[in-house]
Each structure stands twice: as C-alpha cells, then as structure tokens.
Design a binder for this molecule. Structure first.
Ligand code: SAM
Length: 280
C-alpha cells in the first residue's frame, strides 16, 4: 500500500451507530425491499420526492448524485432517504474520500499543473472540491456524454474560485483519444463503473490508457451490496447497479495495463476508492 494513504485521516466521514445499523438490517431494509414497489412509488410521488423523480427520469444520473451529495433536501421523504439512507450517506463519504485522494495525487504531481481527466464527470463535484482544497496547481477536463450538468458544474466551480481551471467537454469517453489534446496525470472514473458492463469498462479504460503516460494515476470506485437495499433500488428507482469488489474491478483495470492498486474504504463499507497506475 502507498504510504501516503495513511495521511488521509482527517476526513469528516458520516457513519451509522450500532443501533441504527441493527434497525436497518432487521426492520427498515426488509420493509423497503419487500413492500410492494407500486405502493412505495405511489408514496414517493405523493411526497414529491425529488430524489425519486431524479432517478425515474435518469436512473443513477448526476442530478440524483447531487441531491445526495448536498444532503439538504427540502421534502420530508427526501430528508429520510438522503439523510438516513446507506447509499446517500456512503455517497457523501465517497465524495469526501475521492476529493482527499485527488488532492494527494495533485500534490504529488511533478509537472507544472496536474491535468485531471474526469470520465463520466457529471458536474465534477468531487474534482471541484479537490481543486479548491489544494494550493498545488491543477486543472481538469470533465467529459460527459450529456451536457445537462455542465452549467451547474461551471457555476459551482466559479463559486469556489476554480472556474478557470475546469473545462467541460461533451463526448463519449470511449472516443477519448479524439477528444483530448493534453495527456492527463490523473484519470477519474467516479460513480460510473457501477452502471457499466465488464466489456464497457474495459473498452473505456483501454481508450483512457491510450492517452495516459506511464505512471499516471487512475482513480475509480467499487460498490458492495453492503448497503442492503439493492432490491429497493431495482424495483422502486429502476436503478440496476453492477456490484463488484475492489479485486474484481482491479482485474478489469489490469486487462488495460493498470497495476499497483490501493483500495481505501469509506466507513460504511459500501464504496472503496481505488487508485492504480498505468504501467510502462
Ligand atoms: C452517476 S453519474 C456520476 C457523475 C459524477 N462522476 C459523480 O460522481 O457525481 C454518471 C455519469 O456518467 C455519464 N456517462 C455514462 N456513460 C458515459 C459515456 N460513455 N461517456 C461519457 N459519459 C458517460 C452520465 O451521463 C452521467 O453524468
């Protein structure tokens, strides 16, 4: 394991105490998983849940991520889902862990300004947090197949004083060699692998590897079924996530020439943030 990982110890994570964990395992998760999906959907519609609507419109899209990341929804149903749900809580932890890992990688970079390439970036919240939290020079190219999130992301970056260091690019990450002028020191695939098949991951990562110099870092996350609500997400939100262990993902990344992986869990154990290096 890289030694610098040990320095990542001042993150304000959220966690669930033993009573809440037991309540979730024995009561809440079985209830939400096995309650008739039509009834749950009806209740969420009645309660005007923004999180549910965001997922119904675009399952696993960037807007539902933002609602969870911000953690301060207006509707009562969303306050319960976003504040207490394991996945939204783990998502906020993932964002903090991802930003801390990226900050470290930026600070380790030898070049003039670390170029970060974000694949499936959405608004790029994790990257914006990393850019604003370090004095070291860095800039990011944020690629997404939809430009829906770009205005939101640019405004967020402007508010945090890093607006001139982000560039949004509309495109399919599988065509990354045609979209990119400058080789990246760091590539991120955060919040995207869980929506892709093995074949799609290998295709994307092979394209990314073709623009990365040896030693460049790749940052991605795994997701485990430890959140206990996969049945709920599939039936109620229409969200079909592919759960893979860090080792399973590392094996896929290995097929495209990446190695020397380090996997760091967030406290709920739902997500691991994984860093690997492009082999020569
Ligand atoms: C769940 S969002 C994650 C956004 C952001 N990375 C985050 O962690 O908040 C997944 C994003 O990947 C984008 N995406 C999916 N497939 C893509 C592709 N082939 N090329 C570019 N973007 C893609 C989607 O449009 C969406 O914005």
């Amino acid at each position: 394991m890289d030694e610098w990982i040990n320095d990542i110890n001042d993150i304000e994570f959220e966690s669930h105490g033993p009573v809440r964990r037991a309540l979730k395992t024995m009561v809440i998760n079985p209830l939400v998983n096995y309650m008739p999906a039509g009834l749950t959907k009806g209740l969420l519609k009645l309660a005007k849940s923004e999180l549910a609507h965001a997922n119904w419109n675009d399952p696993g899209g960037w807007r539902s991520m933002v609602i969870s990341y911000e953690g301060k929804p207006g509707q009562v149903a969303d306050k319960i889902l976003v504040g207490g749900g394991s996945v939204p809580t783990a998502l906020r932890n993932r964002k903090r862990l991802g930003a801390a890992v990226l900050t470290k990688l930026i600070e380790q970079n030898d070049g003039e300004s670390a170029h970060i390439l974000c694949l499936g970036a959405g608004p790029g919240i994790t990257i914006i947090e990393a850019l604003k939290s370090t004095e070291s020079p860095a800039h990011a190219t944020l690629v997404d197949i939809s430009n829906d999130a770009f205005d939101y992301g640019q405004q967020l970056a402007d508010r945090h004083g890093v607006g001139d260091r982000v560039r949004y690019v509309l495109g399919d990450v599988r065509d990354i060699d045609e979209l990119l002028a400058e080789p990246p020191a760091i590539v991120t695939m955060i919040g995207i692998c869980e929506y892709l098949t093995d074949e799609q991951i290998v295709e994307i990562i092979t394209a990314a590897a073709s623009v990365m110099p040896p030693g460049a870092a790749i940052v991605f996350n795994s997701i485990s079924k430890k959140h206990g609500t996969d049945r709920f997400f599939r039936r109620v939100f229409g969200l079909h996530m592919n759960h893979r262990s860090p080792l399973e993902l590392q094996a896929l990344m290995g097929q495209a020439g990446f190695a020397n992986f380090t996997a760091i869990p967030e406290p709920l154990g739902v997500y691991h943030m994984i860093v690997g290096r492009r082999l020569p």
